[in-house]
Ligand binder design. Structure first.
Ligand code: COA
Length: 239
């Protein structure tokens, strides 16, 4: 189904059916009254299509979604730190090789993120879709091996046109069997080093407020919360 789009002079909303839930995407730069207007129009469209669960990413201090009946489901912190990190690390990584690393990467990712709302159960199509995006750079997709077997990775993403430009730790994990050994810490530092070499003065990442291990790790490496994004959810009755 093609996305339904609603526009106002200043921006717009898109309604997509992604997986089982409707995803309502609103231009985040709009004022609260315009966001409320667009969300209401989007919900009317979802209702006209038979209802169901709808989700919307918004600001933690936003009131529009709550007033329309959404409730906060997930809280995602965006954390940042300046680069270079200036913290020594000792880890050899290599870039992802297309056509070679897909299945072992998917296995590690799906073991490490088995509990995660977005990152669990990835298929080859999910991976290939990200690798087809114009931001994808294999040189920033760092893999670590132990005795020839992949046991962790740090996938980075450069937001060169953001103000300020941000170097993102996009996805990072240590295989569950390798966790707690210092690998995650070294992988983050390897990713930050790559981003610094790519000219980035800021490192950035997103982390669920419930992911205590990752939050502790990032705080110890000097990351601080810049802002928090909230996933709001609403269930519209089906006929
Ligand atoms: C988060 C993750 C990468 C950490 O990797 P790791 O190899 O287990 O972590 P390390 O051994 O390098 O530990 C580094 C720091 O992380 C924190 N940490 C790690 N595991 C922790 C746990 N179970 N509870 C609390 N803090 C923990 C600690 O602060 C630790 O430093 P310290 O031992 O000096 O106190 C790993 O747990 C993982 O892959 N989790 C699943 C995927 C994931 O959540 N990725 C992050 C998404 S934002």
């Amino acid at each position: 189904m093609p996305p339904f789009e609603i526009s106002v002079a200043a921006g717009g909303a898109r309604v997509r059916l992604t997986g089982p839930d409707w995803a309502i995407e609103v231009d985040p730069g709009l004022d609260e009254a315009t966001i409320a207007h667009l969300l209401a129009a989007a919900l009317a469209y979802v209702a006209s299509q038979g209802g169901g669960r709808a989700r919307h990413w918004g600001r933690a201090d936003g009131s529009a979604a709550v007033e329309l009946g959404f409730h906060a489901d997930r809280h995602l912190h965006q954390m940042r730190r300046s680069l270079p990190a200036g913290i020594p690390f000792d880890l050899v990584t290599r870039p992802f090789v297309v056509g070679q690393d897909e299945s072992q990467w998917l296995a590690v990712n799906n073991r490490a993120f088995s509990w995660h709302p977005d990152q669990a159960g990835w298929t080859l199509d999910d991976l290939l879709a990200r690798q087809a995006e114009d931001w994808y750079d294999p040189a920033g997709f760092l893999l670590h091996e132990n005795d020839g077997a992949l046991d962790g990775f740090c996938w980075t993403k450069v937001h060169r046109h953001h103000e300020p430009p941000l170097g993102e730790i996009y996805v990072i994990a240590a295989d569950p069997g390798a966790q707690g050994t210092g690998l995650g810490r070294a992988l983050v530092l390897a990713g930050l080093d790559h981003l610094h070499q790519a000219g980035m003065a800021w490192g950035m990442l997103h982390v669920e407020d419930t992911n205590t291990a990752a939050l502790n790790l990032y705080r110890r490496l000097g990351f601080e919360i810049d802002h928090t994004e909230v996933n709001y959810v609403i269930d519209l009755p089906r006929p």
